[in-house]
Structure formats: structure tokens, C-alpha cells
Design a protein around this ligand. Structure first.
Ligand code: NAI
Length: 343
């Protein structure tokens, strides 16, 4: 490894909870394949609050603006009150409109073999706009909680088109639009209406299906193989991608990318896992798979393939697995095994 090979500036955010442990593991493996990223380490989340009293320091935003590329550990978000989710803020700040969450079977012998699907989640609108307030009822100032979501025609079009383009470029056969237009007739009806128009443009090249979200959730458990590419709104995509992670071994196996016109942020689907933080037992694979997506994003499929093969080899052999996958290995044990399996 030489300093000269680090030609692509990228921001690195270790994050909270298990973040620093899994980021350290992933960097070791990226270094082992001589990945081209020149890291600019920055703070966010509780780590930012503790160091500079800011969950999203200006320096971190400026770094991502400069590099247009980031690998991010999970960030703790206070539940109920406290500061707004930094993940949501980052997506809005950089217009990261597409949340891409692939689900692929790597661990053999589970309930579901040969799963290979990708969820595209609209990342900027819907209920995640989180325009919320209380309406007092009698003496109770919080008698009613009100939340409004929104969808724009332009954003519906952009995310659905992105999913169809991905399907074309990656030889995927079917795109399924998931909605709840029978109840949320405007909020998700617009998504479906615009989605159907986009589907029409790809007629003959990519097949198109539509599913109501509740039926889709059931179908994903009964027969997940019928799905190929799913595109859906923000909240539904968040929930369904956790569901699909559960089909292939849990959150420790689920990577994600947040893609915009000018920046891309790669992360695990899971959170900071405070229940196991600091114990050295977290599964680094979700973040490693996100780093693999990042390598493909910058055109280094060669390095991505090497890491993918090492993961498959180690996990298939079954000797070294973390606890969430039924093993006893520590984060460091798995990291060492992965490095050894690199060819
Ligand atoms: P979580 O994903 O952190 O944990 C859920 C369960 O999965 C826990 O039992 C945890 O131990 C386990 N788990 C998660 N990742 C794992 C890994 N890599 N290896 C082994 N086990 C793993 O969800 P939770 O507890 O609801 O959220 C904790 C915090 O993370 C919250 O503050 C939440 O807001 C934040 N969060 C942040 C995200 C992000 O930064 N992208 C995404 C989701 C949650």
C-alpha cells in the first residue's frame, strides 16, 4: 500500500455505539485490498456532541461537500425529543434522493436461500419530512399529535426512474412499485401515478408490477423470490428493507447507499446497537458490504469482487461467524479471517 494509491478523497465518519469498532474492521479490509480512498475523518452524532457540542459539525458537512463521497458508521438519534436525526439531515443537505438497499443470501442454510433483491427507497420526502406538532385537547397540551408528509411529482419520478435505470444496467427483470394508494390516495397515489408513467417508458425492457405495502410485506415472507427490484416511498422502504434483512441473517448483513446528484453516503442499514457497543462482538459485514458498494460506485469492481469472494468464503465455511449469525467470533476474529481469505 502506498500513499500514491489513495487517489479518491472520501469522508469517514466512525459514528456512535458499535460504529468505531466496525469502521476499524472495514478500514483494515479496505487497506488490505489497497482501496483508493484518501480518508478525511470527521465527527457526527453523539461523538460530535461530546467533542464539539454539535451532532453535525460544519466541518463534517464541508468535508462531504468537498469529497462528494462518504462512508459512515451508525449514528445514535435520541428517541422522542432531542436533536433531529443526523441521517435524515445529511440526506436532505446533500439531496441524497435514492436509498439503495440490496438483500442477498450469503449465509447458507437459513430459512431463505438464493434471495437477491434490491429495494430503492425514496429518501427525502414522505413522512420523514417530519413536520409534526401537537394540538392541545382540554388541559392536555399534547392531546393530539399531528404529522404531515408530502410527496412531489418530480421526486417520485426521479426515484422510480433511478430504479428502472438500475434494472436495465444490472439485467434485472422486474420492478415492483410498492404503495398504499388505496388509503393514502394522494400521498402515495401520486407516487404510483408517476411510477406507472415511468414504467411505460421502459415497456418491453423491464417488467412492471405494483403492490400494496401490507400485501407486499406478507409476500416478502411467503415468497420473496418473486421480487427483483422494489421501489417505494420513504417509510415503507425503511420498514421493508429491515424485513428483507431478516430474510438473510439480520441487520448485520444489510448494507445501504444514499445516492444524490453530487454526493453519495454509504452505510449499514442497522443503527448504533447500544446493547452490544464496546463488547467487540458486532458484525462488521453490513458496513463492509456498504464499502463494497462504494468501491463499485467509484468503478473498482475488481476490489469489490475480491472482498465479496472473501466474505462468501468465510461465511460459507461457517467456522468464523459473529453471534448474530449463530457463531462465537469477535469482530476482530472475523476481520482477521476475512483478510486471510482475500486472494
Ligand atoms: P439497531 O440497528 O442499532 O439494533 C437493533 C438490534 O440489532 C440490536 O439488538 C443490535 O444489537 C442488533 N445489531 C444491529 N447491528 C448489529 C451488528 N452489526 N452486529 C450485531 N448485532 C447488530 O437499532 P436500534 O437499537 O433501534 O437503534 C439504536 C440507535 O441507532 C438509535 O439511536 C437509532 O436512532 C440509531 N439508528 C441509526 C441508523 C443509522 O445511523 N443509519 C439506522 C438505524 C438506527
Amino acid at each position: 500500500m502506498t500513499a500514491d494509491s489513495k487517489t479518491i478523497p472520501a469522508t469517514l465518519i466512525a459514528g456512535d455505539g458499535i460504529g468505531p469498532e466496525i469502521v476499524e474492521s472495514v478500514i483494515e479490509i479496505l487497506d488490505a485490498v489497497d482501496a483508493p480512498f484518501a480518508w478525511d475523518r470527521q465527527l457526527a452524532g453523539m461523538a460530535g456532541v461530546d467533542a464539539v457540542n454539535d451532532p453535525l459539525p460544519k466541518q463534517t458537512i464541508e468535508s462531504i461537500r468537498r469529497t462528494g463521497l462518504a462512508l459512515k458508521g451508525p449514528l445514535t438519534t435520541p428517541v422522542g425529543g432531542g436533536f433531529k436525526s443526523i441521517n435524515v439531515t445529511l440526506r436532505q443537505e446533500f439531496g441524497l434522493f435514492a436509498n439503495v438497499r440490496p438483500t442477498k443470501t450469503i449465509v447458507p442454510g437459513g430459512k431463505f436461500e438464493d434471495i437477491d433483491l434490491v429495494i430503492f427507497r425514496e429518501n427525502l420526502e414522505g413522512y420523514y419530512a417530519a413536520m409534526e406538532h401537537y394540538i392541545p385537547v382540554g388541559e392536555d397540551p399534547k392531546g393530539i399529535a399531528l404529522s404531515s408528509g408530502f410527496t412531489s411529482r418530480a421526486e417520485c419520478r426521479r426515484i422510480v426512474k433511478y430504479a428502472f435505470e438500475y434494472a436495465v444496467q444490472n439485467n434485472r427483470k422486474t420492478v415492483t412499485i410498492v404503495h398504499k394508494a388505496n388509503i393514502l390516495k394522494l400521498l402515495t397515489g401520486l407516487f404510483l401515478e408517476e411510477g406507472r408513467k415511468v414504467a411505460e417508458e421502459y415497456k418491453g425492457r423491464v417488467e412492471f408490477n405494483e403492490r400494496i405495502v401490507d400485501a407486499c410485506a406478507m409476500q416478502l415472507v411467503i415468497n420473496p423470490w418473486q421480487f427483483d427490484v422494489i421501489v417505494t416511498t420513504n417509510l415503507f422502504g425503511d420498514i421493508l428493507s429491515d424485513l428483507t434483512a431478516g430474510l438473510v441473517g439480520g441487520l448485520g448483513m444489510a448494507p445501504g447507499a444514499n445516492i444524490g446528484e453530487k454526493a453519495a453516503v454509504f452505510e449499514a442499514v442497522h443503527g448504533s446497537a447500544p446493547d452490544i457497543a464496546g463488547k467487540g462482538i458486532a458484525n462488521p459485514l453490513a458496513l463492509l458490504l456498504a464499502a463494497v458498494m462504494m468501491l463499485r460506485h467509484v468503478g473498482r469492481n475488481d476490489m469489490a469482487d475480491r472482498i465479496d469472494s472473501a466474505i462468501a468464503k468465510v461465511i460459507t465455511s461457517g467456522a468464523v461467524r459473529t453471534r448474530d449469525l449463530g457463531g462465537t467470533a469477535s469482530t476482530k476474529d472475523l476481520t482477521a479471517a476475512l483478510k486471510q481469505a482475500l486472494v
